[in-house]
Write a protein that binds this ligand. Structure first.
Ligand SMILES: Nc1ncnc2c1ncn2[C@@H]1O[C@H](COP(=O)(O)OP(=O)(O)OP(=O)(O)O)[C@@H](O)[C@H]1O
Ligand code: SF4
Ligand SMILES: [Mg+2]
Length: 420
């Protein structure tokens, strides 16, 4: 008797492909978010991480249809349970918002209206989507506040936002977001303004949402520690572009992109001797208007070399669970395959995504060099030539004055199969 076929993997909840958000400025269209792609599975938590100004909030607001700047252009695709969100009329988006997709905003103080009690605001959100009486809505509000760990929820519901502490306001915000049991919760820096203890409680609450409410979470943060503790998958954004994405464990164990490695190197170690100074990434990300032609990280990258200045590298994408999901099929078939520079096993289970843009505009020799250098070299692998001849020794500043991030472990301890 033939063996039974394994059950098909559940379809992802949200599939974002080549999302671009452009705004007009000085007579041209400036991309704030540039070809961002990711996949969020049912009941998964995906961490969107990056420095201030990297485009995290703009990505989230674009998904929610909340960007209304004059002349803004949003292109690409965001399929939520098969429904295209990009270009969806506001009327239909309003139906989805709150009921299917909810958002916790970066600052709960300004997200709540100051002139109404928080109970009234949560009641209204429930009644906007469901036919419930005021009393029924209030009962649900009180239940939700209790579930979020708000003490004396019936009384607290009658308070105004300014009468609550930061932690309570954040819990009330999460209660409001969950009031219609959304499938997707977008949490934009939900713990930034909170002290460490309350932050831990809120993160615990967010982790529990998938089991108690069946929700998936897109967690936006600039804190790699929060990502490590909370997220199944991580997407690193830099200057509006994806630097790297992959399962959190693999990405933390073997970062494939110099920016990810530098972010990780700046986390204080929990064990072992404390370094005298934590390595910091010198400089700041470029503003969208000042983004250089090539890789936006080049001015700060310890591995920068000549080809990086001509075109941005393709993002590093995972080859895991959703690798076989249709993605950029048309672009991929047009792409000239990038030659692997050598047979050295690469760290992590990463491969370069969407090489089509590069493939159309650059000679193969340039692409190969950039392809090789943007993945941290395995121990013992010679680095490709840098902008200046003298490669620095470990821990010494490099040709452009930055200390290189630590090298990843040797290839013998890499996770998964090499895909380059
Ligand atoms: N409506 C807008 N019009 C023009 N530029 C904008 C607009 N909204 C955001 N920006 C710019 O887009 C870039 C990305 O902004 P965004 O708010 O997404 O950053 P972020 O990653 O969320 O940062 P933070 O961690 O500080 O919240 C910034 O340079 C910002 O100034
Ligand atoms: S190696 Fe080059 S392409 Fe890769 S991050 Fe550094 S500057 Fe950018
Ligand atoms: Mg933000």
């Amino acid at each position: 008797m033939p063996a039974e076929a394994p059950p098909a993997p559940a379809a992802p909840l949200l599939v974002v492909r080549d999302l671009c958000v452009r705004v007009p400025s000085r007579g041209r269209m400036i991309p704030l978010v540039d070809r961002v792609s990711f996949t969020l599975g049912e009941q998964d938590i995906l961490g969107l991480v990056g420095e201030s100004g990297s485009g995290k909030s703009v990505t989230a607001m674009a998904l929610m249809g909340l960007i209304d700047s004059p002349g803004v252009q949003i292109t690409g695709s965001a399929l939520f349970r098969g429904q295209e969100l990009v270009g969806l009329p506001q009327k239909q988006l309003r139906r989805l918002r709150g009921r299917e997709i909810a958002m916790i905003f970066q600052d709960p103080m300004t997200a709540f209206t100051p002139v109404y009690t928080i109970g009234w605001q949560i009641d209204e959100q429930i009644r906007a989507h469901e036919r419930l009486s005021r009393k029924q809505a209030r009962n649900r509000t009180v239940d939700l506040l209790a579930a979020m760990g708000v003490p004396d929820p019936a009384q607290t519901a009658n308070r105004y936002p300014h009468q609550l502490s930061g932690g309570l306001r954040q819990r009330a915000m999460i209660a409001m977001a969950l009031s219609c049991n959304p499938a997707l919760l977008i949490a934009d820096e939900p713990t930034t303004a909170l002290d460490v203890t309350v932050q831990a409680q809120i993160l615990e609450l967010i982790r529990s949402l998938r089991s108690t409410y069946g929700s998936s979470v897109l967690l936006i943060t600039h804190d790699m520690g929060v990502v490590a503790e909370t997220c199944d998958t991580t997407l690193v954004l830099y200057s509006g572009r994806v630097a790297e994405t992959g399962p959190t464990d693999a990405l933390f164990a073997h970062p494939g992109h110099p920016y990810t490695a530098a972010l990780l190197a700046s986390i204080p170690p929990l064990e072992g001797p404390r370094p005298e100074r934590l390595p910091a990434i010198a400089g700041a990300p470029p503003a969208p208007l000042e983004r250089p032609e090539g890789c936006a990280f080049a001015p700060r990258c310890s591995y920068v070399h000549a080809p990086c200045l001509h075109a941005p590298p393709p993002p590093l994408v995972p080859t895991g669970r959703y690798a076989s999901a249709p993605r950029r099929a048309e672009a991929d078939t047009q792409a000239v395959p990038l030659p692997a520079p050598d047979n050295t096993p690469r760290p992590g289970n990463l491969s370069h995504g969407s090489p089509a843009v590069q493939a159309r505009s650059e000679p193969a020799s340039l692409r190969a060099a950039q392809f090789a250098a943007c993945v941290l070299p395995a121990e013992g692998t010679p680095l490709p030539p840098r902008l200046k001849d003298t490669a620095p020794g470990p821990g010494t500043p490099d040709a452009i004055g930055h200390a290189p991030p630590p090298r990843p472990p040797s290839p013998s301890s890499t996770i998964g199969e090499p895909h380059l």
